[in-house]
Design a protein around this ligand. Sequence first.
Ligand code: NAP
Length: 268
Amino acid sequence: MKLGLFGRPVAHSRSPRLFARLAVLLKRPVSYEAVLVAGRLQVAVVRARAAGWRGANVTVPLKETAAALADRLTSEAAALGAVNVLRFGRLVEGHNTDADGLRDALRAAGFAVRGKRALVFGAGGAARAAGWALAREGAKSVRFSARTPSRARRSAHALAPHFPNTRFSAGAPAAAEVWVNATPLGMKGFPDRSPAPKSLPSPALAVDLVYGRRTAFQRDAAARGARVADGAGMLVHQALRAWEYWDKPLGAKRRTALAVPLLKEVLK
Ligand code: NAP
């Protein structure tokens, strides 16, 4: 199966290694090419389809563009306004596996969020996906706190209609049992500081979407006594969900088993 990744930049991406390992584990021939899209995503898509690709992952900063160019979107991708997986057939279909990837990762880490208050730092596509995942897992409330308040409000408004049992809000950080860092703070090339104010009460659980490094957010949450997970689990699980979208369902048990060697691969 021919697959690939569109993004800008893509050199740092661990997806090619991840899918190479998955191909070995599944005993399937897979080619996976990372394509730096400097111009229009549409042009890259036309080329990939002509070369016989089955689909592609989409990463920063093209997820919204991918949602706009797809002929058809899954309900999740439409609600999140972002596509991280394209599937090429007669039509170009767009899906978003970040939310399910985070749900799978929360479960794998034994993080139960049902009935809890969640605070999401950031208001981009990943923050929305986190809000979706938390609400699907039964969080009592989800608050978006971001440096651009209007973006946080838009994220809350976009998700609220889908989850009548979860209260969505936006604004200054407020007490919550679950924190999610969905900002790039701590990522290579960004300042490494925690977005959580010192005065905020401690959470029980903290999930950083940044992976592969011990960030200030993770250190801060751990020092306050929280159980901490980084974004590697989400990365692996969103990839397994993408594979299912291109191929056929693996099922929860198989995904859980495959996630173990894949996690080792991405953290190498
Ligand atoms: P995005 O659309 O650019 O949104 C980033 C958010 O963080 C925005 O609210 C932005 O605020 C805020 N932000 C950016 N720089 C900041 C700073 N210096 N201080 C405070 N806030 C800042 O990005 P995204 O696609 O949502 O991704 C966010 C993070 O999640 C990235 O680190 C990405 O690698 C990670 N991610 C991980 C996975 C995974 O599988 N583990 C999956 C997806 C994303 P403004 O709106 O004001 O710019």
